[in-house]
Design a protein around this ligand. Structure first.
Ligand SMILES: [Zn+2]
Length: 231
């Protein structure tokens, strides 16, 4: 998983890779592009950030097994960022994953994953009856509603969330009801910001980008994923 980066001045053993699985904006299906999804690999551990339609197929296309995805982050609940989550988890289970898959995101992420469990339980029960699988998927798939600030940390990454402006135009009963996040990932050798769908945003600029830019010289660069506003 590791990539050796060599230049005239130094040789650095990089532990972080980022693969953009899908970059198309908006829900219409496209013949040759997948919806929003990213694969982050740190010290050989896979993390998926958003999983729009096509995410699982794209993971296969770039040479990884969906079975190895155990942690997923969702920026917001537009379906072009979530439509592939249930499929990804179900295919991981089909491919003999026995460890939990944890999905982190704004409020209603736990509801989303419970709905995915319900949706795919019919297939899972048939496959258990077919033989070869024994673990009910409700013992493997877990959704977590997270707030802002540091929302996740393990030996490879620290993840910080802020609320962005994607849903700021909502009015009436919907005003403030739905949350859209941007995530900053700190890895041993990179700082990566996934903005999600958002526009100009002082909180993003000062909390995520400026800090990232300031620290970039210590982390050998920055990758920024940004889709269009209101998609
Ligand atoms: Zn959106």
């Amino acid at each position: 998983m590791q990539k050796r980066h060599t230049n005239k001045w130094r040789t650095v053993q990089l532990s972080t890779r980022l693969i953009t699985l899908g970059t198309v904006g908006g829900p219409p299906p496209r013949a040759h592009r997948a919806q929003s999804s990213n694969l982050l690999i740190v010290n050989g551990t896979l993390y998926v950030i958003d999983a729009g339609d096509g995410a699982a197929r794209r993971i296969a296309k770039v040479g990884f097994n969906v079975r190895d995805v155990g942690v997923i982050f969702i920026t917001h609940h537009h379906d072009d960022h979530t439509a592939g989550v249930g499929t990804l988890m179900s295919l991981a289970w089909d491919n003999q994953r026995t460890k939990p898959i944890n999905v982190y995101g704004p409020p209603q992420t736990a509801d989303l994953i419970r709905a995915a469990v319900q949706y795919f339980t019919i297939s899972a029960e048939i496959r258990i009856a077919d033989g070869g699988r024994t673990i009910p998927i409700d013992q493997l798939f877990f959704g977590h509603d997270v707030g802002t600030g540091v929302v996740y940390q393990d030996a490879n990454i620290k993840v910080t969330a802020i609320e962005n402006t994607h849903f700021a135009f909502h009015s009436g009963p919907a005003a403030g009801k739905y949350k859209s996040y941007s995530y900053r990932f700190d890895t041993p050798d990179r700082v990566i910001v996934f903005t999600g769908d958002t526009g100009p945003n002082d909180a993003l600029k000062f909390t995520m980008w400026s800090r990232t830019h300031e620290e970039a010289s210590h982390h050998y660069g920055v990758a920024l994923h940004c889709a269009a506003l209101h998609l």
